[in-house]
Structures are given as C-alpha cells and as structure tokens.
Write a protein that binds this ligand. Sequence first.
Ligand code: GLU
Length: 485
Amino acid sequence: MVRVRYAPSPTGTLHIGGARTALFNYLFARHHHGRFILRVEDTDRARLVPGSEEGMIRGLRSLGITWNEGPDVGGDYGPYRVSERIHRHHEAVKQLLDQGSAYRCYCTTEELENEKKRLESLKLPPRYSGKCRLRPPDDPIFQSDKPFVVRMKVPTEGETVVDDLIRGRVVFENRILDDFVIQKSDGNPVYNFAVVLDDHDMAITHVIRGEEHLSNTPKQILIYRALSLPVPEFAHLPMILAPDRTKVSKRHGATSVEEYRAQGILPEALVNYLLLLGWSAPDETEMMTLDQAAEWFDLARVQHTAAIYDYKKLVWMNSQYMRTMSVETLIEYALPFVEARHLDLSHGPDLARTVELVRERAHTLQDLTEALAFFYERPKTFDSQGMAKHFALDATPARLRVLADRLSQLRTWDHDHLARVYDEEAQRQGIKRAALIHPTRLAVTGKTVGPGLFELLEVLGQEETVARLYDVATAIEEERLTPTP
Ligand code: GLU
C-alpha cells in the first residue's frame, strides 16, 4: 500500500512550494488508493512559530487537501509531531554508536571554525577533520562530561546513488558528504536523522518532496543502510521559479496561501494552478477538479526542469473559475469581501443579480466586490478621464435630465424598453446613441467600463437610476463636478 507524507516545519505560513508538495503527495496517494499522512516536523524548537501548525492545517484544508493520518486526526502510526518521537531517535542513535557507525565528537566550535578557516586558506572545501573519528575507544574524553555531538561515520570512498523517480539516477560521492552531525549537543536529533526514523516507522513508501532536499537524500540513505532499514522510493519535485528565473518572492505576487485568500483568489483556482507547477495532464487539460487530477496524477508526468510561477496566469485561472462556478458558491466566497467593504446589502438589488452581471469582468473577489459597489452606494468619485470625455459638453446636464425624465415614465423597466428610450432620444436629438450611453454609465457608476448599460440599469432599478441621473446633472450644473478637459 502506498503511504506518502507531507512534513512541514511549523515555522511560518503555508507557501506555494509547501502547498504544491502537499498537493502532489495527496494526489499520488489518491491515485494509488494509498494513504496520505501529515507529519509536523517541529524539532527545531528555536524556529517554531506559535499558531503555525494550525495555520498550515487551515491552509491545506481550504485548498481541499485532506489527509488520512495526522496530528489533528490521529492514526495508527502516531504521534504525528516529531518532537513526540524523540525517544525513537535516541534509541537509533544509540544503536549506531554501539555498532560503530556513528561516533561522539567533542570538537569545540572554536576548533571547528579554525579548521574551516585553515581549509579555506588552502582553497579546499570545508569538511570535518575526522579528529574524533580517529580517537581510540579508550580515549578518556569519552568518559568525560564534556558536551558532544554525534556524527555519522560516512565511508571515505565510493558513492551513494539516489534513484529518483523524477530525476533518474543522481550520484553523490561519499567523500563530499562529510561526517555529518546526527545529534546536536543539546541531545536533539537533526532533521536528516529524525526524518529517516519517522519515515520508516510510519511505513512511508514514497518520499515526495521539493528539490531543495535532494542533497539531503544520500545522507538519509546512508542512515537507512547503517540501521539496516529498507530505503523508500524518492521523488524530488522541481523548483518553482519566477518568470525571470529567480526565487519566487513577494514582488512576483503573493506567496502564501493566506495572502492569496486575502487578495480574493479562489481556493479552487489556486489549487488548480498549483497542480500545473511541474505536472501536466495527459491531454494537457489545464482546468480540472481535484477528483479529475487524482485520476490522472502520476509521477511520470512530473517535469524535472524548474516550474515557472506566473501570477498573471493564476489570476486568469481565477477569473475563469469566477465565471463558471455557481453564483451561490461565488457569493459565499465574496461575502467576506463585501462585508469588509462595508457594502449595505439591505438597500439595493439582490446580490445574485449583481454578481451575475459583474463576474464576467472580474479577476479576483476584490475586483468583483469593487465592481459591485455602485449597486449599493452612489459613486463618490467619477473617473476623471471619463469626465473629460463624457461630461465636458455644455449639453451634458440637459441630456442627463431628459433621459431621467423619460426613464421615470417608463412602465416596464427592462433591457429592451431601456434600449428603446436611448434609441429614440438619440434620434430625436440627432446624436449617436453612444453620446447618451457613456455619460449615463459614468453618472450612474462613476466608471467608464462595466457590464452592458441596459443590463445594469435594469438591475439597479428605475428609482435609483433616475435619482442618480438628476443628482449628477445638478452637480455638473453647480460645478461640484467639474470635468477638466
Ligand atoms: N520539514 C522539511 C521541510 O519542511 C520536510 C522535508 C521532507 O519532506 O523530508 O522542508
């Protein structure tokens, strides 16, 4: 049975890289009818951020990613917080020490620093001198109470091969691995050591994680071998880079799942976009549900070249989701934004109608809310370029008034009747229909773009439309609204 895990360190918020790793593990497990495990790697106590674990769990769940075992849901292989598994790590360190695969190192930081400098001055790569490796077993220092770390006795020759399911065979020379530390002087195991025990004890079959961990893998394989444990399969996911091939940072758009939510990106769109960061469907379909992706997902279609993160494409995808999802769901997502914008929904048209009208043009929930606003509050500002173009004629206030007069008499307030009024008025005044439409739109919405005018007036309602037209006509006449040409 396939068992995979996502093992975040609770040191911050859930970022796109982590979310992508979790997603690929989740899909791989689903595809193979296996289990997906969440394990919190909280060994580095100094870097722990309170609330981070809860935040990550919330973030993953918001994306529709769920797990079969984890600190919050339990399972047969717990505990699922690494700090609670320390006794196992200590047992294994002892085993390695007893069998001579690891040794205690008493070198002081100062000694190590000096050695490093010496090698640097000789233009040699830094490595541990092996001083304590060479101590005879009866060296009195082993009986002392001096602080020590535990180091792995890495073979000085040969190579360790990672047969990566995505990248193929990657060969590491043991020489460069150095006698790395497996237990710190405070008695805590290091990540590279604990992870081996945890993956083994949780019966993990495939370790799927970011490429930044590839250089850790030979060290982990050496530990598996020294402990005579079966080595799992490894798959390292491609890096995620910005379009300019640099590390993704704030300046390329949001990077944490929470920020995307705050910007009004739908979780459906985000998770769909993450899917494409290094994987593609057999038929290159881009928009798909998680169910569909789980059916298709396999590591064979994960690329090994870097995945390019393109915020514009994410926003585009978001707009596609906003257009096609049910209005009810979209409203549910939009409500917190509407509330934050303090729009009073008790006055004005039904949200379902206004959302339906503006969603075509919105890219994010923030956009959507902004585009809805004029239905619920009169515009306080008017697009200045628009004013220069559409309010500048002396005739404007009179034209708006005539329209208001006629519209106030309409008996049937719908698209077609509205269109007829504009057609007739344009003809009567000998002007183009656009010369009435543009000023009306600006007067009523404050903007020069938006949904079709007659659709939007139909939804805004007769009374409100007429009132706004009179108001703006007066404001122009009284020079409270002054277009600067
Ligand atoms: N805690 C590690 C990280 O957050 C996990 C690495 C692994 O998956 O082995 O990067």
